[in-house]
Design a protein around this ligand. Sequence first.
Ligand SMILES: O=P(O)(O)OC[C@H]1O[C@H](OP(=O)(O)OP(=O)(O)O)[C@H](O)[C@@H]1O
Ligand SMILES: O=c1cc[nH]c(=O)[nH]1
Ligand SMILES: [Mg+2]
Length: 213
Amino acid sequence: MELRVIEHPLVTAKITLLRDENTSSATFRQLVEELVTLLAYEATREVRVEPVQVKTPVTVTTGVELTRPRPLVVPILRAGLGMLEGMMRLMPTAEVGFVGMVRDEETLQPFTYAERLPKDLSGRQCYVLDPMLATGGSLGGTVQFLVDRGADHITCICLIAAPEGVERMRELVDPIGVPCTLVCAALDERLNEVGYIVPGLGDAGDRLYGLAQ
Ligand SMILES: O=P(O)(O)OC[C@H]1O[C@H](OP(=O)(O)OP(=O)(O)O)[C@H](O)[C@@H]1O
Ligand SMILES: O=c1cc[nH]c(=O)[nH]1
Ligand SMILES: [Mg+2]
């Protein structure tokens, strides 16, 4: 698995605002959207395209368009939903599949409560969105769903990753042999004793959408 930590002053400045406990939900949502668009630019470098003819007012020339089947974007609900609009702005013809997962806060195991993905993902490039990679259970489980259906190229876009989660993703993905890239805006220090990323930003879902019951 290739890890790309995007080093750009605008990205780091926006992550700094996200971390601030005084940032409101409205501003947090706006920053997440802005960040994902910046990360997506880097994360989509390998998106497959094919030649297409285009007629300009002056002449006919050759450009490119996204290859079919179109890439599949998969936000992991809830928090990944906050990244969807920013991603689709950059790649409006992509399709979207959904996975809903929530971590049991005691065991840290993810529980899948929703899954709406195409049955056959052969030949598809997939882009998985989740702001937080902590233990790696949620992202790892989602990547496994995609690989099981035949996805042959996977890019994960996270805002903040913990080293423990990156390691777990490597252990899962490397033996499978499907090309996988993890793009993130920050690689933090560690997980704390209750599985939160340090320094992190707290619970991304709660900060985007309010406290879950
Ligand atoms: O790497 P992991 O240890 O699996 O933790 C990361 C997961 O935790 C958060 O979701 P959460 O379970 O809080 O659900 P939510 O998005 O509904 O808040 C986050 O958005 C990831 O999906
Ligand atoms: O720090 C963390 C860890 C898991 N999920 C979050 O939202 N934040
Ligand atoms: Mg949460």
